[in-house]
Write a new protein. Sequence first.
Length: 163
Amino acid sequence: MQVLGIDPGIAATGWGIVSLSSGKLTARASGTISTTTELPLEQRIITITNEITALFHQYRVDALSIEDIFFLRNVSSAIPVAKVIGAVIHLTSLQGVPFFCYTPLQIKLALTGMGKASKSQVEQMVSFLLGLREGEALSHASDALAAAVCHIHTYQGNRSIQP
């Protein structure tokens, strides 16, 4: 199983590919898609989806896991992020790849067992689970890897309780 994790943002969208093979998690690749404020919002979203399309073509992705908006105090920044999420979900459906949305709380629980884990605790767990050196995956990429690991853990858990 190979999962593309996405940490959506308009200025920076993190991505990470995690594979599960023989019970072992491996980070295949990760990075950040950056856009500039000089571009209109629509062009920034197109840039993000074009980059994600390239990832679909470069890696054989079995599922996409994206961090959903849980709570933002600043509605003006939540709306563009919601548009990115919608565009990525639409793109994923066009690729015929199943997609799954997880709240930050669900991701933190899946990785650390604590819904109120700090960003640092999540990054440390991502590094530990994927055998990365601390700080190897930058912030947005680390969050994307966390979303991918969350889906793999959730998928495995759901399969183990099926009759």
